[in-house]
Ligand binder design. Structure first.
Ligand code: ATP
Ligand code: MG
Ligand code: MG
Ligand code: MG
Length: 563
């Protein structure tokens, strides 16, 4: 590829709304462009990386014996009525209506669709086990899309669904998927952990998440280097809160003491806590109405009112106005017991005055949430702090804490969906049995951002070889005027391309410094710099994006050096 025939539009300035490095670099490198909230266009450059991700995932899924297929992105609402999941997904569902007034959702996930497919297609145990997968666009109307493609509304997921006659067979495929995910992330060159997780709104008996380790990650995980133990601690904390059994009419108070700097950050912190809380209540089957009260001082209440849309019944987010309507009091002065709801989650932000005046005192980094209802909850209080350094529950090693980006999630669903949707097969004895099911998701587009979170320096992206949009960049200085530079560059380009390498030759008429910093930003692993001065001495220069030291290579040997 020659840059003049490609589409390369880089930016020097860091975009204002991009909070984390991957988002900044993806915009600066021109990989993605924003269309609307949580909606991104992948440029030809970004798309090449996305394709790399997909190819690795596809190869390993195929190697595991899973079968690729493609389901519709648009799903009839009736399917979701069969499983009763409309409320679970709540505001995340994007609803639409066709000209005949029929209702649809843009699929946030495909358990219903695949189960519908399987109940017609699979009738005998002889067809089992079977594992279907697709790589496809999903839509979730996230409360707060952010971080570019890391948490977008439209995104690409690889989702797989396996079906079995027995739990043993499900276990086997679940383990196979765990191994497959490990291979996939290893091949991508990522530092990751597989952690125990809560099954969330998807439901089921067992689940594990795959987290790419990064400080910007939205989840906190605990792990031990000496053993396989690892868990998603935010989920553990939320679950233990509810396992204390929130009886009707109980008030659960949660005091969040964030160390975030801005109203935006605190607001997001609360969104995550709130979403988690809502999920947990749903999982535990606590049915409504449940009030989630988010309180703080005046400024924060305004932020919440602006950011949190109403969640479908039975859960509601109460803003100032709603609280006033329900109680006749202002948020600041209302006692939560005044609320007329059986279960109330009271999320209060402490130390508001600190953050409102912009302070972020260093001694003030309390992370996460204190569960502060009574003595019992106080015990749960600093669950994360307390557990870092504790012995691992399996007795091997001590727990460490890290932040992670959830890039994959595998679940044993059991018969939850097959029972609800009557997907049965005949077993060896001719008896009808509900299918056992597993599901396995991987965030393809999120992985691109997660990889950059791990692979960058202050000047740009450092692509692991397996993910780079091009492997080699040929950077000729004065390509337009110098015959020897042009010839050397063209010849190398030809030979490498012929040998099957993905090469980009920068034939733009730009200043050398501009070209070099562009390719530092783009993160192409192998870069060959060709200029008159070194050619006169019989050399070209080589630099690897990671180390960046220039190396002199004999002109005649550069092809062999690279290959
Ligand atoms: P999260 O906790 O980040 O909201 P999730 O648990 O809701 O993710 P799953 O239902 O487990 O997501 O979906 C499988 C995978 O899809 C996730 O592990 C993640 O990699 C990806 N994914 C989910 N939501 C998004 C999103 N809004 N943007 C990009 N990728 C996403
Ligand atoms: Mg989610
Ligand atoms: Mg999750
Ligand atoms: Mg998940």
């Amino acid at each position: 590829m020659r840059t003049t025939q490609f589409h390369l539009v880089t930016r020097k300035e860091t975009p204002q709304d991009a909070e984390i490095i991957s988002h900044q670099l993806m915009i600066r490198a021109g990989m993605i462009r924003k269309l609307g909230a949580g909606l991104y266009t992948w440029s030809p450059l970004g798309f090449r990386v996305l394709r790399k991700m997909e190819a690795i995932i596809r190869e390993e899924m195929n190697a595991s014996g899973a079968l690729e297929m493609l389901m519709p992105a648009v799903q009839p609402k009736e399917l979701w009525e069969e499983t009763g999941r409309i409320e679970d997904f709540g505001g995340q569902l994007l609803a639409m209506t066709d000209r005949a007034d029929r209702d649809y959702f843009f699929g946030p996930t495909h358990e219903e669709v695949i189960t519908e497919f399987v109940r017609d297609e699979v009738s005998s145990y002889k067809q089992l086990p079977i594992n279907f997968y697709q790589i496809q666009t999903k839509f979730r109307d996230e409360i707060r899309p952010r971080f570019g493609v890391m948490r977008s509304r439209e995104f690409i997921m690889k989702d797989a669904y396996s079906f079995h006659l027995s739990e043993e067979s499900l276990d086997e495929t679940y383990r196979l998927m765990e191994a497959t995910y490990t291979t996939i992330l290893d091949r991508m060159g990522l530092n990751f952990r597989c952690v125990l997780a809560d099954s969330g709104a998807i439901g089921g008996s067992g689940s594990q998440e795959f987290h790419v380790i990064a400080d910007s990650g939205e989840d906190a995980i605990m792990y031990s280097d000496e053993s396989d133990y690892a868990a998603n601690i935010e989920k553990c904390a939320a679950v233990s809160l509810i396992s204390q059994r929130a009886e009707p009419s109980e008030v659960i108070s949660v005091v969040a003491t964030p160390n975030q700097k801005t109203i935006e950050e605190v607001s997001h912190f609360l969104d995550i806590q709130a979403e988690q809380m809502v999920k947990t209540l749903l999982v535990k089957g606590i049915d409504g109405p449940v009030a989630l009260v988010i309180r703080g001082d005046h400024q924060l209440s305004e932020v919440k009112a602006a950011h949190l849309p109403e969640v479908d019944s039975p859960l509601q987010f109460l803003d100032d106005k709603a609280v006033r309507e329900l109680t006749g009091c202002d948020v600041g002065s209302v006692g939560v017991k005044d609320l007329n709801c059986p279960v109330i989650v009271d999320l209060t932000v402490a130390n508001m005055s600190d953050f409102v005046c912009g302070a972020n005192r260093d001694d003030h980094h309390l992370t996460g949430v204190n569960w502060q209802r009574d003595a019992e909850f106080q015990q749960q209080a600093d669950i994360r702090e307390a557990r870092a350094g504790d012995p691992s529950p399996d007795g091997r090693g001590r727990l460490k804490q890290a932040r992670g980006i959830e890039v994959g999630h595998i679940f044993k669903l059991g018969d939850k969906y097959s029972k609800a949707m009557n997907a049965v097969v005949l077993d060896e004895t001719g008896r009808s049995q509900a299918l056992q099911m597993g599901c396995y998701g991987m965030g393809v587009s999120r992985l691109v951002a997660a990889a950059i979170e791990q692979c960058h320096d202050e000047n740009g992206i450092i692509w692991p070889a397996a993910l780079a949009p091009f492997q080699v960049a040929i950077l000729p200085m004065n390509y337009q005027k110098s015959v020897q530079v042009k010839e050397t560059a063209d010849e190398l380009y030809k030979r490498l391309t012929k040998a099957g390498y993905e090469v980009i030759l920068d034939d733009r008429k730009v200043r050398p410094g501009f070209m070099l910093s562009d390719f530092e930003l783009l993160g192409i692993p192998h870069q060959v710099i060709i200029g008159d001065r070194s050619l006169d001495e019989g050399f070209v220069e080589y630099r690897h994006r990671e180390k960046m030291e220039k190396q002199k290579i004999e002109r005649a040997k550069i092809f062999e050096f690279l290959t």
